[in-house]
Design a protein around this ligand. Structure first.
Ligand code: ATP
Ligand code: MG
Length: 195
């Protein structure tokens, strides 16, 4: 299974729709400071169900919506009312995680999307998998099973390495559990206990 495309519309600095193909091999994102490199990784985390606005450098979740550009002296683009990120996953090899529902494991391609709309107070997100609305929890579990969730160790934030050195043992344990591939198991057990 492979991430092969990321589409962003109205997410953080991406006012206009942007589509990034993720080709095989190593991908580098380069550009001057503040051009949006970290925003791309945050979009990836967000579509996988990230629930902490703080981890996305946002005060509230609605802050991930393009808020307008320009200054008092130099007017720019107006803010947007919504943001959407879609992640395409190729499953042509049929090697989707064993924990996934059979119906999803059979799909050659999965499109996972998250959309947030500004509301009077706060904002609400809608998640879809191949067009069908699902819960945030469902998306989080999908990616936890794939050992690549929103808080997975595969994504290292700027400054995270030094945080890790100073981390408490229980937080470091989470990393080891993920490396062992049991994060999805934990998530599904917790879900079962709630029912
Ligand atoms: P560096 O090289 O310094 O790490 P970077 O390429 O990672 O920079 P980002 O942190 O991804 O840059 O992008 C920062 C830019 O995104 C800033 O210009 C900021 O104003 C813009 N930005 C963040 N959130 C929003 C938003 N909601 N609306 C509009 N612009 C935003
Ligand atoms: Mg950055």
């Amino acid at each position: 299974m492979k991430f092969d495309r990321l589409r962003l519309t109205g997410f953080k600095s991406f006012c206009e729709p942007a589509e990034l193909d993720i080709l095989p091999g190593l991908t580098g994102i380069v550009g001057p400071n503040g051009c949006g490199k970290s925003n791309v990784l945050e979009a990836l985390r967000w579509v996988m169900g990230a629930s902490s606005a703080k981890a996305l450098r946002a005060g509230g979740m609605e802050d991930v919506i393009f808020g307008g550009s320009g200054t008092k002296d130099r007017p720019g683009r107006p803010g947007r009312a919504w943001a959407e990120v879609t992640l395409s996953l190729a499953n042509e090899e049929g090697d989707a995680p064993a924990g996934w529902p059979e119906a999803l494991r059979e799909q050659p391609r999965l499109e996972v999307s998250r959309r947030i709309t500004r509301r009077g107070e706060g904002a609400a997100s809608t998640f879809r998998v191949n067009g069908r609305e699902v819960r945030a929890r469902d998306v989080q579990i999908l990616f936890a099973d794939a050992a690549t969730g929103a808080s997975a160790a595969g994504l290292v934030r700027q400054g995270q390495v030094s945080e890790l050195i100073a981390a408490k043992p229980e937080n470091r344990r989470r990393l080891l559990e993920e490396a062992a591939g049991i994060t999805g198991l934990h998530a599904r057990r917790h879900e079962a206990e709630l029912r």
